[in-house]
Design a protein around this ligand. Structure first.
Ligand code: HPA
Length: 250
């Protein structure tokens, strides 16, 4: 079964039939999910709002282990994660999307593993390629289909390195210069440890990242939440159309 993890600007997925809501108990915390369906078809999927209903949980306090464990318990085998990002790559203008193929984790003090020596014995996963190529290609194909069939067109960066910072504050200009030197193309706060936890449980995982601002120091103007929310609102139409396409093809 497919799960969509919604991020900033996507706490609810509209345009789908809303089915059962569940609060699942895991050894880590409770996690809330909702089953949804495309139109009158039989394609069901699970939606999980990473920041909770009403966007109340900040990136560093999300219980990533509870969320991924809950999805695994439901029989989820594939995840499409939606992430808002600041753009470092010059082509990733606000309002465009990326499907990253690499990441660097700069976050800290998060519970990063199920294999913590308590519930599960120590184990080291291969994470050379952090995203599932199969899911990446499905996302990319869906963006092509949406771009060729609807009026909500969008530029797509078919790759790139995602930097995961701790948040909740945005970065300094010097931090972004360092990320750029490290080869990062976009920066967000929620991509990790979500991706590695999914890998630990054998779930295929990839991200559709929506650029909502130029990262700190890369534009003349200060980053304002007002501007970010404007881009989020318009960009989420494209993201929702891509999700619909992915679910239809699943
Ligand atoms: N930095 C980190 N996370 C973000 C940004 C940013 O500029 N924009 C959206 N999420």
């Amino acid at each position: 079964m497919l799960a969509i993890i919604g991020g900033t600007g996507l706490s609810e997925l509209e345009g789908f039939e809303q089915l059962e809501k569940l609060a699942l108990k895991t050894p880590y915390a409770r996690s809330k999910v909702r089953f949804q369906r495309v139109g009158s078809g039989d394609k069901e999927f699970v939606f999980l709002a990473r920041h909770g209903a009403g966007h109340k949980i900040p990136p560093h306090e999300i219980n990533y282990r509870a969320n991924i464990a809950a999805l695994a318990d439901l029989g989820v085998t594939e995840i499409v994660a939606i992430n808002a990002v600041g753009a470092i790559h010059g082509d990733l203008l606000p309002g465009s999307v990326a499907v990253p193929d690499q990441l660097i984790d700069y976050s800290y003090s998060r519970d990063v593993s199920f294999y913590d020596g308590k519930l599960k014995a120590v184990h080291h996963i291969d994470f050379s390629n952090p995203y599932s190529e199969t899911i990446r290609q499905r996302i990319l194909q869906a963006t092509v289909a949406v771009n060729s069939s609807s009026k909500t067109r969008c530029e797509v960066l078919a790759g790139g390195t995602y930097a995961c910072t701790q948040g909740p504050r945005l970065e300094t200009a010097a931090e972004i210069r360092r990320l750029a030197q490290d080869g990062c193309d976009m920066v967000g706060m929620t991509g990790m440890p979500e991706a590695s936890l999914a890998r630990e449980l054998g779930i295929e995982y990839a991200s559709l990242a929506l650029s909502v601002n130029r990262a700190a120091g890369l534009s003349e103007e200060a980053i304002t939440l007002e501007d970010i929310h404007k881009v989020l609102e318009s960009g989420m139409d494209f993201v929702s159309a891509v999700i619909t396409e992915i679910v239809r093809q699943s």
